[in-house]
Design a protein around this ligand. Structure first.
Ligand SMILES: Cc1ncc(COP(=O)(O)O)c(C=O)c1O
Length: 275
């Protein structure tokens, strides 16, 4: 969150705009508003994707100073094609920011936006240790970009903003990266299992490259949320009509969710939804 804010402080601000593609990470528009940067929402394709054509057309229409892309996207899990990022870069003279908070959950052979950095000095890629490293409490995130972009960010960030203790914790976590990331493959398996079993129950699911699954067809998301909570399961109701989002956990936790969801489906059967 902090590096995203710093990027907006450096390159956004009053009189400037940032283009985004909702539904996406809610802090993107909140940070825009906090830095006085105009948030311009653009439409996604069906199934929440963003094609190279869609991103190019939105940039041509809105002429933003900054483009925010989120891949994989929160809250939908949607993959962000590398071609879409390259097309966005070619379509603008501004900064293209790719939020890769969930990159570690992508398929192993999927290229990261990091591979596009050489030769693209206006491209910025952010990552966090909050998700795959399960280290949100440490508050460590980072971005990768051309040295000129990093210099610009140095102008706005507070001196010594990352404490010595935080840095020591991050370095220790990185040294133990294989152990810290050991759960990622298990979580991906449980995510795919949730997709299969939710579909079998009659819900509509979406391709997810993240550690959560958005599913549609929930007749009353609020009532379903409450019914799940009574069974000690917490999901996210993001205000997308007829949809809920659930995070993958251990095999046991995932089983608990799926069992609870079957009981919810018995009371409020899945309904048809359009994406
Ligand atoms: C897409 C996305 N980007 C960034 C963040 C923020 O992560 P951090 O804990 O590093 O501020 C989140 C957290 O939910 C997220 O979903």
């Amino acid at each position: 969150n902090e590096v995203l804010q710093q990027l907006l402080q450096a390159f956004g601000g009053p009189g400037r705009s940032v283009l985004g593609f909702p539904p996406t990470y809610s802090m993107h528009s909140i940070l825009a508003s906090g830095t006085g940067t105009r948030w311009v929402p653009a439409e996604r394709d069906a199934e929440f994707g963003i094609s190279p054509e869609t991103v190019t057309a939105a940039i041509a229409e809105h002429q933003p100073d900054i483009v925010f892309l989120c891949g994989p996207n929160n809250p939908t899990g949607t993959p962000l094609p590398i071609e879409t990022i390259a097309a966005a870069y070619d379509a603008t003279d501004g900064v293209v920011m790719v939020d890769e908070a969930y990159a570690e959950f992508m398929p192993d052979d999927a290229p990261s936006a990091l591979t596009l950095l050489p030769g693209r000095e206006r491209l910025v890629v952010s990552r966090t240790m909050s998700k795959a490293f399960a280290f949100a409490g440490a508050r460590v995130g980072y971005l990768a970009a051309h040295p000129a972009v990093i210099d610009a960010i140095r102008l706005v960030r507070l001196p010594y903003h990352l404490s010595a203790l935080t840095q020591a914790a991050a370095v220790a976590a990185l040294r133990h990266a294989p152990a810290m990331l050991a759960m990622v493959d298990d979580i991906k398996q449980q995510r795919d299992r949730m997709v299969t079993e939710l579909q079998a129950m009659g819900y509509r699911t979406y391709e997810s490259w993240s550690n959560f699954v958005l599913f549609g067809g929930v007749a009353d998301p609020h009532a379903a949320f409450e019914a799940l909570l009574e069974q000690d399961v917490i999901v996210r109701d993001l205000g997308i009509p007829n949809h809920l989002r659930v995070s993958a956990g251990t095999a046991e936790e995932t089983t608990a969710f799926l069992d609870a969801m079957r009981r919810v489906a018995a009371v409020q059967p899945p309904v048809r939804v359009e994406a």
